[in-house]
Design a protein around this ligand. Structure first.
Ligand SMILES: Nc1ncnc2c1ncn2[C@@H]1O[C@H](COP(=O)(O)OP(=O)(O)O)[C@@H](O)[C@H]1O
Ligand SMILES: CC(=O)N[C@@H](CCC(=O)OP(=O)(O)O)C(=O)O
Length: 298
């Protein structure tokens, strides 16, 4: 009986949050590492269907770095990363397009539908091009001075077709966006999925941006889960990047968060997508899980 009463208390608590987030857009970034676990991905997609059912407007942006690396290895191509970005030559681009914008994008949308939701895959691979991300080539500053670093067919997003996203959201469909963009002349480019998610969150004025990864959040010591930072300020994040505590794939994630905070998205969370119902716990309960990024000290 006590158990049942506690469950009812949780429902009442959730009701307040459901009301607060009704009609609000949340951008959810699905990381490739969490998508490697089919059960974890299934649980996350069920949570997304729940969010949509109770009136929130989720938008999914996904990566698929691990699957791309695997497909490249099968094609005897070596993956090379520069400052967290994959060097993308023509052969690599073909694989990114097939795996990310094709297989993964379509499969996420199909699974949302299988769980009872409605979803729209937004890619340029099928017969109709309904891509919403537009951009240009990205070069990285050379830390040793000299010429900027060329990454091949890698881009960054400069424009998001917000109208399509708004229309889908308000029609009760979950937009599913792969991390690729097109230039205004139709060239296709590979985009880091964290930065794609931040561009979408900024463009639609999202209430929340949530990164689902395979760690419990940002840690002071990346190998120690106990060193999780619950609330990370912009200043401390910059310090942790500078001293090397934040590294590899966490760098573009946190850098993207900092830029997004300065552009008005109010809440950003990095959480462990492998934890069952981590999304619902983060949004609909008072127990924050993972790391919240905040502009000023809490
Ligand atoms: N300070 C840190 N705290 C937590 N994780 C970190 C940190 N520095 C680096 N990482 C690494 O970042 C990874 C998550 O980023 P990434 O590999 O891009 O995952 P995703 O595919 O989920 O975006 C973690 O698995 C971890 O190895
Ligand atoms: C330019 C660049 O690095 N693009 C990424 C796109 C996928 C991605 O970012 O996936 P995760 O979220 O799983 O890391 C890549 O090729 O791996």
């Amino acid at each position: 009986m006590q158990d049942a009463i506690e469950k009812a208390d949780v429902l009442i608590e959730a009701m307040g949050w459901i009301r607060q987030f009704r009609d609000k857009i949340t951008v959810i970034k699905l990381g490739g590492s969490v998508m490697e676990d089919p059960d974890a991905l299934g649980n996350l997609l069920v949570d997304i269907v729940f969010m949509e059912t109770v009136g929130m407007r989720p938008i999914v942006v996904h990566g698929g770095g691990a699957a791309i690396t695997r497909a490249m290895a099968e094609a005897n191509l070596e993956s090379r990363f520069i400052q967290g970005r994959r060097y993308t030559d023509e052969a690599t681009l073909g694989i990114v397009e097939r795996v990310l914008a094709g297989e993964i994008n379509e499969s996420i949308a199909e699974r949302i539908e299988a769980y009872g939701g409605r979803a729209m895959p937004l890619n340029f691979v099928g017969e109709t091009n309904n891509n919403v991300l537009f951009g240009e080539r990205l070069t990285l500053p050379n830390k040793e001075g000299g010429e900027p670093i060329d990454l091949g067919y890698v881009g960054h997003v400069t424009r998001v077709d917000r109208e399509i996203l708004d229309n889908l959201c308000y029609a009760g469909q979950v937009p599913v966006i792969p991390s690729m963009c097109e230039t205004e002349t139709g060239e296709r480019l590979n985009v880091n999925a964290d930065t794609a998610a931040t561009a979408v969150a900024q463009a639609v004025g999202a209430e929340k941006l949530i990164f689902l990864s395979d760690v419990n959040g940002v840690r002071r010591d990346k190998n120690d889960p106990e060193s999780l930072i619950h609330s990370l300020t912009a200043d401390e994040a910059r310090r942790l990047i500078a001293d090397g505590s934040i590294e590899a794939g966490m760098i573009p994630k946190v850098e993207g968060c900092l830029e997004t905070l300065s552009k008005g998205v109010r809440k950003i969370h990095i959480i462990d997508g492998r934890l069952r119902h981590s999304l619902l716990l983060e949004i609909y309960t008072n127990r924050g899980v993972g790391t919240e990024l905040v502009a000023e000290p809490a």
